[in-house]
Design a protein around this ligand. Structure first.
Ligand SMILES: [Zn+2]
Length: 96
């Protein structure tokens, strides 16, 4: 499965409640999406921006842990990357 498939089938979840957020099926940038549990809401544009950052950071963290593992088991590789900072996400993706 490539990255594109992963995000295409992903549901956007509330970062806090881990339940799918609700909004129009054919949203515009200004459409409001809302968590049915805690009421956290944002425009479609902001939701997409947040899950984009979530996706980017999660992918970077996964890559980083692979690199660190490889570096530990090999004398040829040293890994000096900077850790991806942990943060809270208002919205996340269901598949990663
Ligand atoms: Zn919520």
């Amino acid at each position: 499965m490539n990255e594109e498939d992963k995000t295409a089938n992903a549901q956007v979840l509330c970062g806090k409640c881990k339940v799918p957020i609700q909004g129009p099926t054919e949203p515009t940038e200004d459409s409001i999406f809302k968590c049915p549990d805690c009421g956290a809401s944002d425009t479609h544009a902001d939701v997409m921006k947040e899950v984009g950052e979530y996706f980017h950071d999660t992918t970077a963290r996964t890559l980083q842990s692979h690199m660190k593992k490889a570096a530990r088991s090999s004398k040829m590789i040293t890994y000096k990357g900077k850790d991806v900072a942990d943060r809270e996400y208002k919205f996340i993706l269901s598949t990663i």
